[in-house]
Design a protein around this ligand. Structure first.
Ligand SMILES: NC(=O)c1ccc[n+]([C@@H]2O[C@H](COP(=O)([O-])OP(=O)(O)OC[C@H]3O[C@@H](n4cnc5c(N)ncnc54)[C@H](O)[C@@H]3O)[C@@H](O)[C@H]2O)c1
Length: 373
């Protein structure tokens, strides 16, 4: 039996990971620690919270008391740290919050895990850890900076972050490395490309485009839309994280990429075309539209509107995932053509979730489930 502590488990990737490990492993116990910021929604994991293997704790990874109390109560074997401020645009507005959560929060998680996992010291004074424990930091390809038209990020690419968000994630990665080197703590870092899939908060590109289309609004695209991202289906990412946690070599970094580079403008055009096709094929999906629309002639590329580019907008990210494929046999199983249809169908069928998370109604789940504790 393994005891997982998953932070940020009410966010996009964390919630998908919670669902993934509950499905894949019967013999686990799971504590989810999440501060329920605007990006964390209990509604996303409400069914998972009914599972007797799961306990939810509302609190911040920056708070030593909260994290310590979890380790006191549960014999945690694995920490998987998803919790972060994750939106580049927000980091440009408020860098300090990003440094607090992403760097100090990571350091607090590491420090508490180190304290509870240490069972002795070796002859050189390094801590000896309880058998089978590991800390995994979920990081991003953005720590590598920006690429030109060619080349890929490997695990050896120098760190070269550009935005307050990526700088804070880089700081966190370096603290993880420091705990590995200085205290010989068992850690891994995974660095992934842009995720897409169900439960993605509608401020990020794909869910925002879907939401705007369903509301009949314009579709804002930064600059000329030529920025390139590598897109990874979220469930493939969850599988990669779990493979690294269970089988990755201690102390190693693993890049996780989708082998799927696309320009933002092409993602937007494909999303428009796919929604239109799905609406035409299945009139039931028309219920997802927020206005009555006898025909779909308006649903075309003219909805796109180019807006002033993001400050310091990185031009291209592309990941070389050879290491994780060679060592752990992981590869991105979901082809983008399939993943984008799955994702759009999910949004068309789950408009209640979108309304809940954007209206703040999800807070009610917290009151209902935990209000009296
Ligand atoms: N989404 C992507 O495409 C992507 C790509 C690369 C890396 N990542 C990394 O993956 C991780 C998860 O990303 P995501 O897209 O799911 O993010 P998200 O913004 O959807 O979710 C973040 C979660 O962390 C929680 N949180 C924020 N501050 C907290 C704090 N102080 N204490 C406890 N919980 C806190 C939020 O409530 C939310 O549930 C992040 O570390 C991010 O940097 C994401």
């Amino acid at each position: 039996m393994k005891h997982y502590l998953v932070t940020g488990g009410a966010g996009f990737i964390g919630a998908n990971y919670v669902k993934y490990i509950l499905k894949e492993h019967s013999d686990i116990q799971l504590v989810i620690l999440d501060d329920l910021t605007y990006a964390g929604n209990l509604g996303t994991i409400k069914d998972d919270l009914k599972d007797p293997r799961v306990e939810f704790v509302k609190g911040s990874i920056v708070d030593p008391q909260i994290v310590q109390s979890i380790f006191e109560k549960h014999p945690i074997d694995f920490v998987v740290n998803f919790a972060a401020e994750s939106h580049v645009d927000r980091s440009i507005e408020n860098p300090q919050l990003f440094l607090q959560t992403n760097i100090l929060g990571t350091q607090n998680m590491l420090d508490t895990a180190k304290k509870f996992w240490t069972v002795g010291k070796d002859e050189k004074g390094y801590p000896i850890y309880r058998e089978g424990v590991k800390y995994l930091q979920v990081s991003t390809d953005e720590v590598y900076g920006s690429l030109g038209e060619t080349g890929y990020f490997t695990e050896k690419t120098p760190l070269d972050p550009r935005s307050p968000y990526s700088a804070s994630k880089t700081g966190a990665d370096l603290i993880v490395v420091a705990y590995s080197e200085t205290y010989k703590m068992p850690v891994n870092i995974t660095r992934c490309s842009n995720n897409y899939g169900p439960y993605h908060f509608p401020e990020k590109l794909i869910p925002l485009i879907i939401k705007n289309i369903l509301e009949g609004k314009k579709l804002p695209v930064y600059g000329d839309g030529s920025n390139v991202r590598d897109w990874l289906y979220v469930e493939d990412h969850c599988k990669a994280i779990d493979s690294v946690l269970l089988r990755g070599r201690t102390g190693e970094v693993y890049n996780v990429g989708g082998h799927n580079e696309m320009k933002n403008i092409d993602i937007v055009k494909l999303t428009i075309a796919t929604i239109r096709r799905l609406l035409e094929e299945n009139p039931e999906y028309g219920k997802a539209l927020k206005f009555s629309s006898p025909d779909l002639s308006w649903l075309n590329d003219d909805l796109i509107t180019f807006v002033k580019d993001r400050l310091g907008h990185d031009q291209r990210y592309a990941i070389d995932p050879t290491k994780i494929t060679t060592e752990l046999g992981w590869y991105p199983e979901t082809k983008f053509a399939d993943g984008i249809v799955k994702t759009i169908r999910w949004y068309l069928e789950n408009q209640d979730w979108v309304e809940e998370v954007t209206s703040g109604d999800y807070q009610k789940y917290y009151e209902q489930m935990y209000g009296n504790r």
